[in-house]
Design a binder for this molecule. Structure first.
Ligand code: ZN
Length: 283
């Protein structure tokens, strides 16, 4: 499932073909994804210029010159493909239509953006731009991890007194937007904090210190995504999925990489989801 760095990589890949360009034709090939698509979606997109392409948490927001914003969520299996233009060093010709190409945007620069989603857990909606922040999918979200509102005193206050594991607290999208299972695991490893520890038990300095660690982990992943765009290896023009080295995520049984630590990475199940961590150096 794409997390914030993957979504940001998709946004950066779409920027040169979408921002400032006009959607000359929108094809909407079915009435719903996870939820029904908005009424007259194709008509409301066709002929509109994309004024800005933003990201909020794991959502991509395309502000249109009609005063509406197209909200896109990739869901579990949603993929964005670009064809008809250069992507990194490669040009991808328009592919033959595929079975799960649900929405296709033809841009006036000649590029085509295809949203393909076999499992249809993705979502798209159209909302008035000036009320986009109130959309049900966005309204409850906490601050962006790179925003000024997300800082040491804020995080320490949100964790104080919580009797839930720190892992669950960081996955709570009301605390910080966009963190998922992978990058929470990497953050807690780097901070030497056990995912099982109760959030409210972290002393203030440890809680505040998580902010720069979260930013560093996400920044490195976004940079890896950026390299994947420049040096595009995937033959089909697909955006957003890139290989990245993880220190603990999905490494059960591997020796801990921390210099001097002789621990072995464990997998624990918390709230039905896997946690990967080193019991020797994460306390
Ligand atoms: Zn270790």
């Amino acid at each position: 499932m794409p997390e914030l760095p993957e979504v940001e990589t998709v946004r950066r890949g779409l920027l040169p073909v979408m921002e400032g360009a006009v959607i000359t034709l929108a094809e909407v090939n079915r009435p719903d994804l996870r939820w029904p698509l908005p009424d007259r979606m194709a008509d409301r997109l066709t002929g509109r210029r994309v004024m800005a392409l933003r990201r909020r948490s794991k959502y991509i927001l395309a502000d249109l010159d009609s005063g509406e914003t197209l909200l896109v969520h990739l869901g579990m299996s949603g993929r964005m493909l670009i064809s008809g233009t250069m992507l990194g060093q490669f040009h991808h010709d328009h592919p033959a239509p595929q079975k799960h190409d649900h929405v296709v945007l033809h841009m006036d620069g000649g590029a085509r953006v295809t949203f393909n989603d076999a499992r249809r857990f993705g979502a798209m909606d159209l909302v008035a731009t000036d009320r986009a922040a109130l959309h049900p999918l966005l309204a409850g979200l906490g601050p962006e991890p790179f925003g000024n509102d997300f800082n040491g005193p804020y995080l320490a206050a949100r964790l104080a007194g919580r009797r839930t594991p720190i892992k669950a607290a960081l996955l709570d999208q009301r605390v910080v937007a966009g963190l998922g299972n992978i990058y929470v695991a990497e953050t807690l490893y780097r901070a030497r904090i056990s995912p099982l520890r109760l959030a409210g038990d972290l002393v203030d300095t440890l809680a505040q210190g998580l902010v720069p660690v979260i930013r560093a982990v996400l920044t490195e992943a976004i940079e890896a995504g950026g390299s994947s765009l420049r040096d595009f290896r995937q033959a089909n023009g697909e955006l957003g999925y890139f290989s990245k080295h993880f220190q603990v995520y999905d490494r059960e049984g591997d020796p801990c990489e921390r210099p001097g630590c002789t621990g072995t990475i464990l997998r624990s199940v918390q709230s039905g989801r896997s946690s990967f961590w080193c019991p020797a150096c994460q306390r």
